[in-house]
Ligand binder design. Sequence first.
Ligand SMILES: Nc1ncnc2c1ncn2[C@@H]1O[C@H](COP(=O)(O)OP(=O)(O)OP(=O)(O)O)[C@@H](O)[C@H]1O
Length: 243
Amino acid sequence: MGIILKKITKTYKEGQIEKHALIDIDLEIEEGSFVAIMGESGSGKTTLLNLIGLIDEVTSGKIIVDSKDVTALSPAKKTEYRKNNIGFIFQDFNLIDSLNVEENIMLPLIMSNYSKNEIYDKVNDVAKRIGIESLINYYPMQISGGEKQRAAIARAVICNPKILLADEPTGALDTKNAKIIMDLFVEINNQGQTILLVTHSPYIASYAKEVVFLKDGSIFSQKRRENKNRNDFYNELLSVILY
Ligand SMILES: Nc1ncnc2c1ncn2[C@@H]1O[C@H](COP(=O)(O)OP(=O)(O)OP(=O)(O)O)[C@@H](O)[C@H]1O
């Protein structure tokens, strides 16, 4: 699914004070892209992801997905759009504390047409892939931050969303597990899913095909990986950050 952002502005109001989180963002995300969003803390990365995921509302501008203005949908249609198209990995995981890991991961499939056995098979497959198969009977409060993050990733990818939105998905992970997740994202993206990922890490961003840099709510640079190897792309990203 391709996404076009047209003059997106997001202003938060705190009493009399207006905070411009995003200002006139124009961005085209082709179907099958893998885009990393980088920028300093407070530059608007999470806001951008939340707007695309329709969990926050634009102040002005349009978000066009497959030729449809999704910002104009009714609340019920927005929920339906999210359910049918979007997988979201939140910065603070958003696992449900009263459900164990297995139940959390299977949540997006509960309303699907899959049989119980198919659902358990899918949960087992993805949990194994991400290395948390031994934790599926534990509750979120019994596992570490990195394990929670991996459970949240499993939940987001289990129903093969057309668009995967990931906010710092490797922030709580060690290098080995971050690499497992990024390899999984590359595989998912190779199957045609569009991925948008927020990260502070140029190493993580170097897995993407394109990197968008935000500064004070505006895009200040965009880099494409094209046929560069990951190390060269990493160095290019580093030069933008250090500039
Ligand atoms: N709900 C809100 N109410 C008021 N201001 C907000 C709200 N959400 C975000 N902001 C402000 O909007 C700006 C952009 O925030 P955002 O969370 O998008 O930045 P970010 O680049 O994701 O930061 P970080 O890397 O620290 O997560 C910041 O100045 C932030 O304080």
